[in-house]
Design a protein around this ligand. Sequence first.
Ligand code: IPM
Ligand code: MN
Length: 354
Amino acid sequence: MNLKIAKLPGDGIGPEVVEQAVKAVDAVCAKFGHTVSYKFAKVGACAIEEYGNAFPEETFQACMDSDAVLFGAVGDPKYDNDPTAKVRPEQGLLAMRKQLGLYANLRPVETFKTLVHKSPLKEELVDGADFMCVRELTGGMYFGEKGRRDNGDTAFDTNLYHRFEVERILRKAYELARLRRKHLTVVDKANVLESSRLWRQVAQEMAPQYPDVETDFMYVDNAAMKLITWPKFFDVLVTENTFGDILTDEASVISGSMGLLASASVGEHTGVYEPIHGSYPQAAGKNIANPLATILSAAMMFEYAFGLMEEGKVIREAVAASIEAGYVTEDLANGGECHSTSEVGDWVAAYISK
Ligand code: IPM
Ligand code: MN
């Protein structure tokens, strides 16, 4: 196959971790006889500096002309404490999601046997946890009408959802549940929010179309508790944009490190594959960040964008082997020896090439 990948490293540790994923992609392509070409483009703070726009037209075109987007992170502390900033790096990510129609964000949470002790949660609670968070990504408060009134002293964000948006994300979640343990948990706040009542209504209407899947409903506050008190309860969890943002950061502690959580954003146009950890500016340029989440995102890219399951599996095995061998960055090193971002990337690529 000829794979066309848009490479969008973004800001902070993005460039370092994406480079390691590229090594893994190249190694797996060499092994399986695929050719691969990369189109580099800017997004986030680095794009603001060059274009005055966090998601410039050139970047959008590079994504549209590719089969998959390998993305790092956006964000720069200089914008974080300036609520008046007119352009922000995060707008680049939101524009990318919206313009590419990426309404489904898939965030798998898995545990690695040798790392269960790294989780702040009790080993017996997290050992064996394996679920998929399906976060709606182009609706809700993130994109609803927002603004200020009363000379700026009143602010609002509208949590707007249309039926078609709810239907398509639930369909995606049901399809994923069918490929897994056939248990779907719809997370909402239907006891308070009208938008949540629409979600619940639509889910109740759709459930009979999936009789093989067990559907249950859970309020988001309860889900936040259940995620850390009984994570093994979940198989597929589906929820709206804002709840999904919060719950997936929470869920990342189950794996023991945020540096392990991969994601795929899919929908109408080219899908985006990215780690969920963000730009981690304190570590930028230090060659210490954990590249495994980005490498695992590349595995998701092979599986979801190209339908190349075996290639994805080979990458996953290499990541598992590096963890098993203790060849890891400082966040995962058990007080013992740790390795740099690029060393871990080289190790994983070499393992794939074996
Ligand atoms: C995420 C991030 C983004 C979000 C930010 C960077 C805009 O936190 O992908 O979870 O809130 O969606
Ligand atoms: Mn987030």
